[in-house]
Design a protein around this ligand. Structure first.
Ligand code: SAM
Length: 360
């Protein structure tokens, strides 16, 4: 059975005295490579209703898997308090994720609380299973957009990949409901794994062409340890683009903003756009402005980090916002992560945190 890193391994604190310096929040914080802090991904649960074979395989995340007890999760009030502090340091966008974020009860209440802070672009990544029944409430609460993960259009392939026999039609319903609720443009993320769903690239492109949704193809990454990642499993973005472009001519388009992880392409006939996220073959560490808050309140400054800073301890020991703010500043100022830029056969073996815990 694959090894899962016990969460206790990931506990860490700042070097002694690092947070004792006052850093007035100006929104201009830059890390050791000059990268600002702009995006925060918040994992609201480590649980999921899918068992995608490359993310939460059943043989590891089975009935006996020790998911976090509820008391360990950050409360909505704690998340909102942290979000305010993060915003003062430059965060412009928050993505709620997990696990499956729609498994967290009354997520719309959290969205409303974050929305009340003002000036934040609020988004959500979901597998779409519970989206049809939640889309309107989420929109009403202040959510701006959603990204739906969908790895295949073929029902058999999709059911085998999610490994809980979930039908593709229900996810498509969720996507329609999100668009109808105004959570648009809906982005659809497809992780492409060679020999598993690479034959679905073109059918997916054809299906969503002209729909107004933006389909994005993601290279399969070496996150966590449970998926047995090998470079041979990765279908490079260039190959994905060739497969689509040969059938449906494409033209490159400008990024929406600096640091956008997807490169954008539009169909030459004007019927929409797609994106490719070359997380493996074209690392985007140099522009990475993202921080990740785990379900139990640890702050990770890279998807591939093993060290998370325990912000929940501060939230629960009576520390004031100023101390939390200074701690956050100290963490970001010393951030030097660039895992994907230095990825090699040696780094693949390094200990890593599972994506379902740190948040995708
Ligand atoms: N449950 C939600 C969902 O399905 O979108 C949010 C969490 S999930 C971990 C977020 C995204 O991470 C999904 O799109 C999933 O496909 C992607 N993901 C998981 N493991 C991955 C890997 N090894 N490489 C690339 N993407 C991965």
């Amino acid at each position: 059975m694959a090894r899962v890193i016990p969460l206790a391994d990931a506990r860490t604190s700042l070097p002694h005295g690092a947070a004792s310096q006052r850093v007035t929040p100006t929104g201009l914080l830059a890390d050791a490579h000059g990268r600002p802090l702009r995006d925060l991904r918040i994992s609201v649960t480590d649980r999921c209703n899918f068992r995608c074979v490359y993310c939460m395989p059943k043989d590891v995340f089975g009935r006996d898997y020790p998911f976090l007890p509820h008391a360990d999760l950050l409360t909505f009030e704690e998340i909102t308090r942290l979000a305010r502090v993060f915003k003062a340091h430059g965060i412009e966008k928050i993505r709620l994720t997990g696990g499956e974020p729609l498994l967290r009860k009354r997520l719309d209440r959290l969205v409303a609380m974050l929305s009340a802070i003002g000036g934040l672009d609020l988004t959500l990544t979901t597998n779409g299973a519970l989206l049809a029944r939640n889309a309107r409430d989420l929109k009403a609460a202040g959510l701006n957009r959603v990204t739906v993960s969908l790895d295949a259009l073929d029902d058999g392939v999709f059911r085998a990949m999610n490994d809980v026999d979930f039908p593709v039609a229900k996810v498509l319903e969720g996507i329609d409901a999100a668009a109808a609720a105004g959570l648009a443009p809906v982005k659809i993320n497809m992780v492409v794994k060679r020999g598993v769903n690479d034959h679905e690239v073109l059918p997916m492109a054809r299906h969503f062409k002209g729909s107004g949704h933006v389909l994005r193809f993601i290279e399969y990454m070496d996150v966590g340890h449970t998926n047995g990642w090998r470079m041979d499993d990765v279908v490079p973005a260039a190959e994905i683009l060739r497969t689509i472009g040969d059938a449906l001519p494409l033209e490159p388009i400008e990024a929406n903003y600096a640091g956008e992880v997807a490169t954008r392409w539009r169909y030459a006939d004007g019927s929409g756009e797609i994106g490719v996220i070359a997380s493996v073959t074209r690392a985007f560490c140099a522009d990475c402005t993202r921080a990740r808050l785990s379900t139990e309140g640890r702050l990770y400054t890279c998807l591939f980090a093993i060290q998370g800073f325990d912000l929940r301890a501060l939230l629960r020991d009576g520390s004031g916002d100023e101390r939390i703010s200074d701690t956050l500043a100290a963490i970001w100022l010393q951030r030097g992560d660039r895992y994907s830029a230095i990825r090699s056969e040696h780094t693949v073996a390094l200990p890593k945190i599972e994506m379902s815990y740190i948040g995708g």
